[in-house]
Design a protein around this ligand. Structure first.
Ligand SMILES: Nc1ncnc2c1ncn2[C@@H]1O[C@H](COP(=O)(O)OP(=O)(O)OP(=O)(O)O)[C@@H](O)[C@H]1O
Length: 374
């Protein structure tokens, strides 16, 4: 660390509702905005001497932050504005350090912020470290400056190399890309199965980058459903009972969908009492969809959902995913190698070499019955 950074430092935190953060050497500044109930408090809070901003950079950032907060207040995002908002300005990284050392610094900083904010995030506070304000009314997933790297000794393997993307609520999204391009890593990060090394990952307004593992589990349980290439059904339970497992995992029982209605939607009413070994692969995959849907998740993630199925069953599963998207307004996000499948989506994301290569909006999504299958 250089001399300058040896000075006492602090990381500045702004919050949009009346709450008090930690003590500071400077007096607190509170500004009430006109008719809005939002109160801005500029408060400095100590997180860690090594990662905190210099006093100078704190004051330099004040104007910028005020503008950002004002635009936040003035926008029409009711849901965002209802939720408490904290903006954290991170200190710039030591430029002289190697990338691996920087990554370790970032990791340490992320852990400190996680232990401080994880609970609040789970309870609904929006915490940003990249000056990005999610628009919760409109967007389901918002990524800003997201990177994922693995470190082996002194070597960094970058997998996601800087991803900024916004996904709209209720869309049917397909993620395409060559093998090894980072599709599954991307899916795991936006679904809370894995953590980004750097950047903000807002899912339904919660910054998953700052959730600790147990809170990530709760977040997934309450908000998202998964379908994998392998169906992972419990062999000693019937189709209906397997779906009920999904329902029971949900904390908010009132939010769930009726199991009977789901089985009707997936065309499996007749098979409700069958065990997995009495069903075809396609039927088992449909039960795994029922299990994921039982808790009525906001987002349904599917990694190669047709990978183990023949054409007929594969098409059927895609038809059901489209139906679910339309009927329950569930945002569906599918990872696939198959460009033909992308034609059924209204948003197609191409990932190439760890970056978003292209995002295509498709105004005329195809019916799964009509797409080529090869
Ligand atoms: N734990 C890990 N350590 C090091 N590298 C990893 C790790 N996990 C994944 N990778 C690397 O990250 C890259 C992207 O992997 P990912 O599984 O996200 O790609 P993908 O596009 O989903 O590939 P596929 O279509 O073949 O499943 C690959 O080069 C992979 O080797």
């Amino acid at each position: 660390m250089d001399k300058k950074s040896d000075k006492p430092k602090s990381t500045k935190v702004q919050t949009n509702k009346s709450r008090t953060l930690e003590k500071t050497e400077k007096p607190k500044v509170a500004v009430k905005k006109n008719s809005s109930s939002i109160v801005k408090k500029e408060i400095e809070t100590k997180v860690d001497a090594k990662i905190e901003l210099t006093t100078e950079s704190v004051s330099n950032n004040k104007t910028i932050n005020k503008e950002k907060l004002d635009s936040h207040i003035n926008d029409n995002n009711t849901e965002t504005n209802k939720r408490e908002f904290i903006q954290i300005d991170l200190a710039p990284l030591e430029k002289k350090e190697s990338r691996v050392k920087q990554l370790k610094q970032i990791d340490k900083r992320q852990k400190q912020l996680t232990s401080k904010y994880s609970k609040e995030i789970l309870e609904g506070t929006i915490v940003t470290t990249t000056n990005y304000k999610p628009k919760v009314d409109k967007h389901v997933i918002e990524l800003n400056g997201v990177r994922k790297s693995y470190i082996t000794g002194d070597l960094e393997t970058p997998v996601l190399k800087g991803i900024d993307i916004i996904l709209d609520k209720g869309d049917f999204i397909v993620i395409l890309g060559p093998s090894g391009s980072g599709k599954t890593t991307f899916l795991n990060i936006i679904s809370g199965l894995d953590k980004a090394s750097e950047g903000d990952v807002f899912v339904l307004g919660s910054n998953l980058s700052l959730l600790k593992d147990s809170h990530l589990t709760k977040f997934r349980r309450n908000n998202v459903g998964f379908i994998f290439q392998q169906y992972n059904l419990l062999t000693n339970l019937t189709a209906k009972e397997n779906a009920e497992v999904g329902e029971n995992l949900s904390r908010d029982k009132t939010k769930g969908l009726s199991i009977t209605d789901i089985f009707e939607t997936i065309g499996m009413t007749e098979q409700m009492n069958k065990y997995p070994h009495q069903m075809s692969g396609g039927q088992q995959q449909r039960v795994s969809i029922a299990r994921a849907l039982a808790k009525n998740p906001d987002i349904l993630f599917a990694d190669e959902p047709t990978g183990a199925l023949d054409e007929e069953m594969g098409r059927k599963v895609l038809e059901i995913l489209v139906k679910v998207n339309k009927k329950y307004k569930t945002t569906v996000i599918v990872v696939t190698h198959n460009p033909n499948i992308a034609k059924i989506a209204n948003t197609i994301i191409h990932i190439k070499n760890g970056l978003i290569d292209e995002v295509i909006k498709n105004t005329k999504p195809a019916d799964p019955k009509t797409i080529d299958w090869s």
